[in-house]
Ligand binder design. Structure first.
Ligand code: MN
Length: 297
């Protein structure tokens, strides 16, 4: 039997999140960071929570625009109401996926004021759109049924792409995978060796490709692996992220992904001066103003 030409022993790189702030809540940002901007087309990874929700302390992200990216929202606890300029009003709860495609432009708001108490916890990720689709119209999809793969001592929910012959109904524009894995014990995750992969820790102290990791750390395992060993110990939860290395140089500024400064400046002006590109959102939250690009006079 032919052995695949893969390197299962390439060193895993442990990456720390840094603290950022979104809509008044602290977030742990694992991507982008110095030395690791992307994993495939995944280009932003924020962990919000866990927090105990109070009327004063909850997610209130007012209307703000995006271009050139998908947003992927995945909750571990609580609920968030998504509103957007396409007319969508969609509550999201754990085990459900929100996928918004910005394309040429969209506006959305995220509001947890409808959650009276309890815990709010989750992640929001961005996926850079490739040249072929990034100027297309915006769209939104909510997926309440996602495939779950039984790994024996753990369950794997496929958010995006294909994992172990199960595939997500959520379409994205480049070869990509995103899987929530929760359980205990040792599992071997089958991987596409043409993808690069990272594993982000949500709960517990798993051992990933031999490295012990803790919540909000991202373990980057590179390309060329057909599998990775994941020891979930007594109980852990992680997010497997992977994709074909993204070969288009992106320019990421504020909530926009483009290719150069002039495109960003146009999107900034369209938001600043309420141009036609960005339609209104039905939300009682205040719109979020963009900072002025520092290269503009
Ligand atoms: Mn957003």
């Amino acid at each position: 039997m032919d052995e695949p030409t893969v390197d299962e022993t390439a060193p895993a790189i442990l990456l720390e999140s840094h603290l950022a702030e979104v809509g008044g809540l602290p977030v742990f940002r694992a991507l982008p960071q110095r030395g690791r901007r992307m994993v495939g087309a995944w280009c932003l990874l924020d962990r919000f929570g866990p927090i105990n929700v109070t009327p004063q302390r909850t997610m209130t992200v007012g209307p703000h625009p995006h271009i050139g990216l998908h947003t992927v929202t995945w909750l571990l606890a609580g609920q968030v109401l998504h509103s957007d300029s396409l007319g969508t009003q969609q509550p999201i709860r754990p085990a459900q996926l929100n996928l918004m495609t910005a394309g040429a432009g969209v506006v959305h708001a995220e509001d947890s004021r409808g959650q009276a108490g309890g815990v709010l916890d989750g992640v929001q990720l961005w996926v850079a759109q490739p040249e072929a689709t990034r100027h297309d119209p915006a769209s939104f999809a909510h997926h309440s049924v996602l495939p779950v793969v039984d790994l024996g001592t753990a369950l794997a929910t496929v958010l995006i792409g294909t994992f172990d012959a199960a595939f997500s109904p959520a379409p994205v524009d480049s070869p990509l995978v995103g899987v929530d894995i929760t359980g205990g014990g040792m599992v071997h995750l089958p991987l596409d060796p043409t993808f690069e992969h990272g594993i982000f820790v949500l709960h517990g102290a798993p051992r990933i490709a031999g490295s012990e990791a803790s919540p909000n750390q991202l373990v980057y395992v590179g390309t060329g692996r057909a599998a990775v060993a994941l020891d979930l110990g007594d109980g852990a939860r992680v997010l497997l992220l992977g994709g074909r290395p993204f070969d288009e140089p992106i320019f990421m500024w504020w909530n926009f992904i483009a290719r150069d400064r002039s495109e960003i400046a146009m999107a900034y002006a369209d938001w600043q001066f309420k141009g036609r590109r960005f339609a209104p959102v039905a939300s009682t939250l205040d719109r979020i103003e963009a900072p002025r690009p520092n290269w503009l006079p």
